[in-house]
Design a protein around this ligand. Structure first.
Ligand code: SPD
Length: 390
């Protein structure tokens, strides 16, 4: 901006000289109207010498132009890789030297990564847009990251049941939909009927077990191995009805691989939009179970050994611009916890009650959390036994 202003003055001066107004007396320095000293150009962000940024995020979780816009504005080359589960991200971080400068853990799962010293603290002095974040939302994250030292929100949603409405209705054959949508995928009375059109689960212990524990009336992040036995027994009864464990849920839903899905709210909405765009007749609908959806809050974090921490801070600051937060909701169906972005979100998205929930559905949500390392083997064994069908 400043440069443009100076350039305009310079151009004006050249034009005057070119017009040959030589007869005008040249003002002495004393007569010259003092020109206000140009304010110092705002200091740009501090960047690392190497203009590179390595990001590791979930698939289908960034707007179309965000990376290109950042690269263009900051002259930084972004390498962008994706992972499909928190477990995969965790393994990468624990192995060390991941090479990533920003990763996107789910807050509850990432707590043990903070405790294990895998992240560096965020330097808020480098993030001018930090104030755009909703303090109430940050309070929620502080439950796992005290004082919000390591995690900056990326986006949030909830794990829920989605359906292909027409296919599910047909498969239920006149049986009314259950009051609690979790019955469709956890209660054999319903799941056995949906077996023919296909049930798809997300493929990870930390996605499925909290839901199964909650469904059998136990704490979703229980640390009691006995609770896992009950959840495992419930899962065993529906195992034969689960057609697919998916890491590519959007494609699988849009590709018609099933009729009932345990998936993420925004991804089910993305699949619904895709089916509509393809002219499909069936409606894909994320449901709001009376038993509650399981909240997740995904966050940006900088690994301890990141090679480009300044570039990482510049990206976080860029991401926290109001327009970028709004674009995540508008394009990706995920809200971000960026309060300043709210006025920029389209009405259609704001009015979608599976993106911005009603108070009633918000109250029903199962709060975010995480399992300790200690219960890790019980968690994995229960899940693997379920998958193997034993
Ligand atoms: N399209 C990717 C959505 C990201 C989901 N992260 C969810 C983590 C839930 N435990």
């Amino acid at each position: 901006m400043m440069k443009k202003h100076v350039l305009a003055l310079a151009i004006a001066a050249i034009v005057l000289v070119a017009c040959g107004k030589k007869e005008e007396p040249v003002a002495t320095p004393a007569e010259t109207t003092p020109v206000a000293a140009a304010p110092a150009a705002p200091a740009g962000p501090v960047l690392d010498d190497e203009k590179v940024l390595n990001i590791y995020n979930w698939p289908d979780y960034i707007t179309e132009t965000m990376i290109a816009d950042f690269e263009k504005e900051f002259g930084i080359k972004v390498n962008y890789d994706t992972f499909e589960t928190n477990e995969a991200l965790h393994a990468k971080l624990v192995a060390g030297n991941s090479g990533y400068d920003i990763v996107i853990p789910t807050a509850g799962f990432g707590k043990k990564q903070i405790d294990g010293g895998l992240y560096q603290e965020i330097d808020r002095s480098k993030i001018s847009n930090y104030g755009n974040l909703d303090p109430e939302f940050m309070e929620k994250i502080a439950g796992v990251d005290p004082d919000n030292k390591h995690f900056v929100p990326w986006a949030w949603g909830f794990t829920t049941v989605g359906i292909n409405k027409q296919k599910v209705e047909a498969a239920l054959g006149g049986m009314p939909m259950p009051e609690n949508a979790w019955d469709l995928v956890f209660n054999p009375e319903y799941s056995s009927k949906l077996r023919s059109c296909g049930i798809i689960y997300l493929d990870s212990p930390s996605e499925i077990l909290p839901l199964a524990l909650h469904y059998v009336g136990k704490p979703p992040y229980s640390e009691n191995p006995e609770d896992f036995k009950e959840a495992g027994a419930m899962l065993a009864k529906v195992r034969k009805d689960v057609r697919l464990f998916s890491s590519t849920m959007i494609d699988d839903i849009a590709g018609g691989k099933g009729c009932a899905f345990v998936g993420w709210s925004g991804d089910i909405n993305i699949a619904a939009d895709r089916v509509k765009e393809m002219g499909g007749k069936d409606e894909i609908v994320p449901l709001l179970p009376t038993g509650g959806g399981l909240v997740f809050i995904d966050t940006m974090a900088i690994p301890k050994d990141a090679k480009h921490p300044n570039n990482a801070h510049a990206f976080i600051d860029f991401y926290l611009r109001a327009e970028n937060g709004a674009a995540m909701a508008n394009e990706m169906n995920y809200p971000t916890g960026n309060k300043a972005s709210l006025p920029l979100i389209n009405d259609e998205v704001k009015d979608n009650k599976t993106i911005f929930l009603s108070d009633e559905d918000t109250e029903r949500l199962i709060p975010t959390g995480g399992f300790s390392n200690e219960i890790g083997s019980t968690l994995n064994d229960t899940y693997n036994a379920f998958k193997r069908g034993r």
